[in-house]
Design a protein. Structure first.
Length: 282
């Protein structure tokens, strides 16, 4: 019998004006992302912490939040902690994770869904992972659509997926026909989740590596990075050098496009948008 993994969830409520700063602190400490629930005068969101890291991460957050409150004495920051087990969390996803049609050719489904792809169709099955969700955020969809449009034109043989999360982009690359794929993430839980999803989709020619971008990763025809702008910027020079044919950048707010473009040594070939999010093809 598999042992149920224990987690801690931080239920945060903060003043709207200080919420971005609190979320930035949490992202730096955990690198696991945040689930935002409500916005307005008060912002509510959840942070997730595996049991073996919770005490260390909580202590770090408390110190930084106390410092933040000293700078913004009128702000409100409250966090209630609760423990729960991963099995219970995963069961909750069944209530609202439904098949999502990305394009005429591509559909993303929960792992428990029974579905037989039509001729020429690609079905990706994803098991939700703690703090990585289903991998179907707008930024991911933009990457998937970009990859689908570009693949017949460029037929890349290799791809580097930076910040793989659920592994959905690397898995789709394998389904398209790319033979040499490396997926990086700094979070060991992402590597575990992505590896499980690769097995679920019966693709084996992928390497999942716990690491960040560095010169030793080598050269790839495609480099795909679905990251926040503040993470992309210091990596941008390395990412452009690693990409032989195409660099796909997502996780960028439309208001941040110029910030990315100003650092590039050439203008983006194309910009796709969905809602407030943008994806640059370079």
């Amino acid at each position: 019998m598999t042992e149920k993994r224990k987690w801690y969830r931080g239920k945060w409520k903060t003043s709207a004006e200080i919420a971005p700063l609190v979320m930035e602190i949490i992202n730096k400490v955990t690198r696991r992302g945040i689930e935002v629930k409500e916005e307005g005068n008060e912002v509510s969101f959840f942070s997730y912490h595996p049991a073996h890291l919770w005490e260390k991460e909580r202590a770090s957050l408390e110190v930084q939040v106390e410092l933040l409150l000293s700078l913004f004495p009128d702000a409100q920051i409250k966090c209630d902690w609760e423990e729960f087990y991963e099995e219970n969390w995963q069961e909750n996803w069944r209530q609202y994770f439904r098949p999502q049609r990305i394009s005429k050719r591509l559909i993303v489904l929960p792992a428990w869904e029974k579905y037989s792809p039509q001729k020429g169709e690609i079905a990706l099955f994803i098991e939700p992972a703690m703090a990585f969700g289903t991998g179907t955020h707008e930024t991911t969809r933009l990457c998937l659509k970009s990859m689908e449009a570009l693949y017949p034109l460029e037929t890349p043989q290799s791809m580097l997926d930076v910040g793989t999360g659920t592994g959905i982009l690397a898995i789709y690359a394998a389904k398209l026909g790319i033979r040499h794929i490396t997926a990086l993430d700094t979070d060991p839980l992402a590597i575990e989740a992505a590896s499980k999803n690769a097995a679920l989709n019966k693709v084996s020619h992928l390497r999942f590596v716990q690491d960040t971008v560095n010169p030793e990763v080598g050269q790839y025809d495609w480099v795909v990075a679905n990251l926040e702008t503040k993470i992309i910027l210091p990596l941008l020079n390395a990412l452009t050098q690693i990409a032989n044919k195409t660099l796909i950048l997502s996780g960028i707010l439309t208001g941040e496009i110029e910030k990315i473009s100003s650092v590039l040594d050439r203008p983006p070939r194309k910009c796709l948008t969905e809602g407030e999010w943008a994806c640059l093809i370079i």
